[in-house]
Design a protein around this ligand. Structure first.
Ligand SMILES: Cc1ncc(COP(=O)(O)O)c(C=O)c1O
Length: 352
């Protein structure tokens, strides 16, 4: 099958681009102590997760228990939930996954740690990261003393194992000023190295620091305290990361069809129900400068310079790859015009 036979809108992933991006990330992390733990949120597709493992990942990072469930079910042996799991209804599944795989979860609260231990009644070990807040103002403890207190509490539980620190600086991933990005990331590195020393001086060995995004990896952090790199978007890229001029190639597209052509505009068959708008606007490489207007199922490209006809196809670069993928049921893996695989986006919508 070729892409011209696909019903649109259709999600396309260019295999050559993904392979190149994976090789670039591996090179960037090479020579550091970082192991790749790519974030599942970017593709939510077990087939891609398996390819990432074959390519040398130490495990797969995800955000949600439902995603971890899919990954363990698909045989991924090492899974990190870079997030808290707090709701009591969810803990039996978490405990059962911890008995079937090497599972790690984040905490920033004493009661949550005690609840995790109570959930592990049937035995096994759940690995636990203390999340440290490094400027994103999301979850995480904010003082070294709190991290020490939680690490000690984890170590005191028979079924929990202290895995280290989760410290994700997502607020800097898309910082356009390279100097600001580098300076701020370096200051977080310094702070986390101090935290490691602080914990170790008090008898807590801290084997892992987990975090890092595509924007972080592109800085080629050589002398880093991080051991697990959680970059996700590097595989696909999007218009949001494009403006940073990173070394990765665009590998994800939404294939659209022209519905209507007018003297001042072209209208295509995808809108915000298949193009996420949460970070940056998508763009059409054929009309890079054109003003765009989005509605639910249409995008209007304002141009008086098109030789298109209804039924012609156009490629669109998503504004944010991760949230755009989550709007589709399947991903078409292509090389050139050929569709090589159609893989289900198994964990789309797995928000629990
Ligand atoms: C905890 C965590 N780690 C890593 C990432 C990956 O970031 P990116 O897709 O920018 O590489 C994210 C993105 O949201 C995240 O929340």
């Amino acid at each position: 099958m070729t892409i011209t036979q696909l019903e649109t809108p259709a999600l396309l992933a260019d295999l050559s681009g993904m392979e190149e991006n994976a090789a670039i990330l591996k090179e960037l992390a090479g020579g550091t102590r970082m192991r790749l733990f790519p974030h599942y949120k970017s593709h939510k597709c077990p087939q891609i997760a398996k390819k990432q493992m074959e390519f040398g990942a130490g495990g797969i990072t995800c955000a949600k228990l439902g995603e971890a469930d899919d990954l363990v079910r698909e045989g991924i042996p090492t899974v990190v939930i870079a997030n808290q799991v707090v709701q009591s209804e969810k803990l039996p599944l978490l405990a059962s996954l911890a008995r079937r795989a090497h599972l790690t979860v984040c905490v920033d609260d004493r009661e949550n740690i005690l609840a995790l231990e109570r959930a592990m009644t049937e035995g096994g070990v759940l690995h636990v990261l203390v999340e440290y807040e490094v400027g994103m103002r999301r979850c995480g403890v904010e003082r070294f003393e709190e991290a020490l207190d939680l690490a000690r509490l984890i170590q005191a539980q028979p079924h929990l194992s202290f895995h280290g620190i989760q410290a994700y600086a997502g607020h800097l991933s898309h910082e356009e000023d390279g100097e600001v990005r580098r300076r701020e990331l370096l200051s977080i590195e310094t702070e986390m190295a101090r935290l490691k020393g602080y914990l170790e001086e008090r008898g807590i060995s801290c084997p892992n620091f987990c975090g890092g995004s595509t924007g972080y990896a592109a800085e080629k952090p050589s002398d880093t305290v991080y051991t697990q790199l959680q970059a996700g978007s590097y595989l696909f890229m999007d218009s949001s990361y494009r403006k940073l001029g990173l070394p990765f190639r665009q590998a994800l597209y939404v294939l659209t069809s022209v519905l209507s052509v007018k003297p001042d505009r072209v209208v295509v068959d995808c809108g915000v129900k298949s193009l996420a708008m949460d970070q940056h606007a998508p763009y059409f490489p054929a009309f890079p400068e054109a003003e765009l207007r989005f509605s639910e199922e249409h995008t209007t490209i304002f141009t008086d310079n098109s030789d298109l006809f209804p039924g012609d196809m156009l490629l669109c670069v998503p504004g944010h790859c991760c949230t755009t993928v989550n709007t589709f049921d399947r991903i078409h893996v292509i090389r050139g015009e050929d569709v090589l695989h159609v893989w289900p986006i198994t964990s789309r919508g797995k928000a629990q």
